[in-house]
Design a protein around this ligand. Structure first.
Ligand SMILES: CC(C)(COP(=O)(O)OP(=O)(O)OC[C@H]1O[C@@H](n2cnc3c(N)ncnc32)[C@H](O)[C@@H]1OP(=O)(O)O)[C@@H](O)C(=O)NCCC(=O)NCCS
Length: 340
């Protein structure tokens, strides 16, 4: 797998540029990034590493790096070995389809040594999973990747950015604080057995995406819906002004038994309840017995609602943010949103 991925990546930059039609000069970009970083990237020089947009040809290597970096992290922090992949094989294809300009790789020589995915929803952007090959860590590569996420998201109008990370890791908190993110929020996992049932009248499958600015000004989930459809990962569900995405082919964790719900946004409890039952019904239709989602720690009404629906809480992640309206998720709407 590693050998094959490396072989595929041994294409020259001029070849990859022809694949995509991108007019893009990596050395120039590296210079830009290094100029902006100032003291951040003292450990890698321009000639060592450059950051460029992720390509489909990178995806095998990216998945291998992401799995090996996270497996090594789990083993180092818990003492437990994780055999097999941690992330779904469809992660890269889905996220590259969702936001190709927000996915980046770090390249040293001809080898991809780091990768970062991100999602931009109008003016709100978040990134992850971020990973650097274990043998290339500690050189400032993650900082280059995150800096490029910030540049790209800002250039495309993002006013609020975030990530989820490990609360009890000084390394992670230091890394993201250095890049301007504040560690003041959480994201809490919720899951339950999917209840069978019919879709309520009025629920639209893969229909138009409603206006979601009541969650955050300019919030736009149209790309989530399009990428879900284009990669056959699941469906989007609309009901009145509410919206949900349900993935029956996992786009995050490797566990094939779960339906993964990256997003539910609803202006009121009734709409939220209809969408929660709708994602469960879609899950069951596709033979998935459990539904997994993530809720901002500030979205208290959403957590109460899910507990009333019989959901159980799992782990919590530290959520870090920078930008405007940092506490938007405490607003009077219902909101499941996974920033992994
Ligand atoms: C986390 C990860 C992406 C960082 O990548 P990296 O390229 O090694 O990171 P960088 O070299 O850019 O920066 C690491 C920073 O943390 C600092 N650091 C390292 N260990 C530390 C510790 N124990 N306490 C505090 N800071 C620490 C480094 O000194 C450096 O900061 P500095 O430039 O101010 O000196 C990488 O270790 C990885 O892939 N880990 C496994 C997957 C993972 O955890 N992904 C992120 C999940 S949110």
């Amino acid at each position: 797998m590693v050998g094959r991925a490396r072989f595929e990546l041994a294409v020259s930059w001029s070849q990859t540029r022809r694949f995509t039609g991108l007019s893009y000069r990596p050395r120039f970009l590296s210079r830009l990034i290094l100029d902006r970083l100032g003291p951040v990237s003292k450990k890698v020089s321009e000639s060592d590493v450059h950051i460029r947009p992720m390509l489909e040809a990178d995806l095998d290597a990216v998945l291998e790096i992401t799995n090996s970096a996270f497996r090594e992290l789990v083993e180092r922090t818990t003492g437990r070995r994780h055999d097999g992949p941690m992330f779904a094989s469809g992660l890269g294809r889905y996220r590259l389809s969702l936001d190709p300009l927000g996915c980046h790789v770090a390249v040293r020589g001809n080898e991809v040594v780091g990768a970062n995915f991100s999602v931009l929803r109008g003016r709100l952007g978040w990134f992850g999973p971020l990973a650097v090959r274990p043998g290339a860590q500690g050189l400032g590569i993650a900082q280059l990747l995150v800096q490029e996420f910030v540049r790209s998201a800002e250039a495309r109008g993002a006013t609020l950015m975030g990530l989820e990370t490990i609360a009890n890791s000084p390394q992670h908190v230091h890394l993201y604080m250095k890049l301007g993110f504040r560690p003041s929020w959480t994201g809490i996992s919720f899951r339950r057995e999917a209840r069978p049932g019919k879709l309520s009248p009025g629920v639209e499958v893969d229909g138009a995406v409603p206006e979601l600015s009541y969650a955050y000004p300019g919030y736009d989930a149209a790309n989530d819906a399009r990428a879900t459809r284009d990669t056959n990962s699941g469906v989007s569900l609309g009901y009145r002004d509410g919206f949900a995405i349900c993935h029956t082919v996992s786009t995050l964790w490797a566990d094939p038994a779960i339906a993964y719900v990256p997003l539910i946004v609803a202006p009121d409890r009734e709409t939220f309840d209809v969408l929660v039952r709708a994602v469960e019904s879609v899950a069951r239709e596709h033979g998935k017995m459990r539904v997994v989602t993530q809720v901002p720690g500030s979205s208290l009404a959403t957590q109460d609602a899910l507990l009333e629906h019989g959901y159980e809480t799992g782990g919590a992640a530290l959520r870090m943010k920078r930008g405007e309206s940092l506490d938007y998720d405490a607003g009077p709407f219902f909101y499941c949103d996974d920033w992994h």
